[in-house]
Write a protein that binds this ligand. Structure first.
Ligand code: OSB
Ligand code: MG
Length: 368
């Protein structure tokens, strides 16, 4: 593969409804799209990091800088046998995983067109449908939250995740469980607690949650291992897992029983496949997390969700939950059974809508 040209674009997409976590509220997404031309094909990737350095240290500005000054020139330096070879070449650059993942994703899109194999198949995926859950942000009232849960259950979603933080946790879960005693329910704290909150965290066991996601420090493994010994609710790690080594160490320490994998957070498909193999061998269930992606990131999330260890419903849901109009055709839709059908054609399986993308672009730069 020889890369002829790379184009970066920043787009702004207003969310249908704000999304609030323990670290803040998002109303409009700033997303960087990476478009690559190579061997007569065009591939797309998405930088899905947050607008602010609150989920991770990356922001659209840091990603633009790392792509423009390092990843794009490095990727154009020679020919490559596979996208994984490019990922290996990026190794000396520490971190900046969301930026790396976006460029690598565009190359996998191209490779899948070049080889005439659907993207999910090319990366080694085995599923034709993926099970879907939803992530519901912090609301202004419990009534609003209960209404939203009902709406998502009516749409068929297989599990409900609610965001929690101190002051929006035990009492909220109590009411949700009273109303819905049998649903698959979980809670995501986005690092809002410390071991000082151990007594409060122990109360969560009453709600027989599928898991509690990232209760403690965003880069911690040791305290999570301690917490897992004290509670029966399975811990799922999100923010703390950036590499296959992190996943192995978390398993060895007993820091979690489940892992949320995000392509951007782990730096792309090559690492995601390594984590998949490791988790399959150690029987650690995986599921695909979300970063409020546009259709392009969402299409890549669908592909990665087909890997064998992705046995639990992910946070990959329908375009209409996020956008009045997505930037791909067709939009991502979810069946009444709460599944997404994996595209069976070469490439991403969704076509970027260029006119729509042009309309929401606020800056672009081309590298030839
Ligand atoms: O922690 O999983 C998270 C959104 C932004 C940042 C972090 C997270 C989330 C979500 C939303 O939970 C998942 C989605 O619907 O895309
Ligand atoms: Mg999370």
């Amino acid at each position: 593969m020889k890369i002829d040209c790379v184009e970066l674009r920043e787009i702004r997409l207003p969310l249908v409804r704000f999304f609030e976590t323990s670290f803040g509220r998002t109303t409009t997404r700033r997303i960087i799209l990476v478009r690559v031309e190579a061997d007569g094909h065009t591939g797309w990737g998405e930088v899905a990091c947050g607008e602010e350095p609150f989920y991770s240290y990356e922001t659209p500005e840091t990603a633009w800088h790392i792509l423009r000054d390092y990843l794009i020139p490095w990727s154009r330096s020679r020919e490559w046998a596979s996208p994984s070879e490019v990922a290996e070449h990026f190794r000396p650059i520490r971190g900046h995983n969301f930026a790396k993942a976006a460029l690598e994703a565009a190359l996998w899109d191209i490779e899948s067109q070049r080889r005439g194999i659907p993207l999910a198949k090319l990366i080694g995926g085995t599923r034709e449908t993926i099970p879907c859950g939803v992530s519901i942000g912090i609301q202004s009232s419990i009534e609003e939250l209960l209404e939203m849960i009902q709406r998502e259950l009516d749409s068929g979603y297989q599990r409900i995740k609610i965001k929690i933080k101190p002051g929006w946790d035990v009492e909220i879960l109590e009411q949700v469980r009273t109303r819905y005693p049998r649903i698959a329910l979980m809670a995501d704290a986005n690092s809002a607690y410390t071991l000082e909150d151990l007594d409060r965290l122990k109360l969560f066991d009453r709600f027989y949650l599928m898991m509690i996601e990232q209760p403690l420090g965003w880069d911690d493994l040791v305290d999570h291992a301690r917490l897992q010994r004290e509670i029966s609710t399975p811990i799922c790690l999100d923010e703390s897992i950036h590499s296959a080594d992190d996943a192995r160490k978390a398993a060895e320490l007993g820091a979690c029983m489940i892992i949320n994998l995000k392509l951007g957070r782990v730096g792309g498909y090559t690492v995601a496949r390594k984590i998949n193999a490791l988790c399959a061998a150690r029987k650690i269930p995986l599921w695909c997390g979300g970063m409020l992606e546009s259709g392009i990131g969402r299409a890549h999330n669908i592909a990665v969700s087909t890997l064998s260890a992705f046995t639990l419903p992910g946070d990959v849901s329908a375009s209409r939950r996020y956008w009045h109009e997505d930037i791909i055709d067709p939009e991502v839709t979810v069946t009444p059974q709460g599944t997404i059908c994996v595209p069976q054609i070469p490439g991403l399986g969704f076509v970027p809508n260029l006119a729509r993308i042009e309309k929401v672009t606020v800056r672009k730069e081309r590298f030839e």
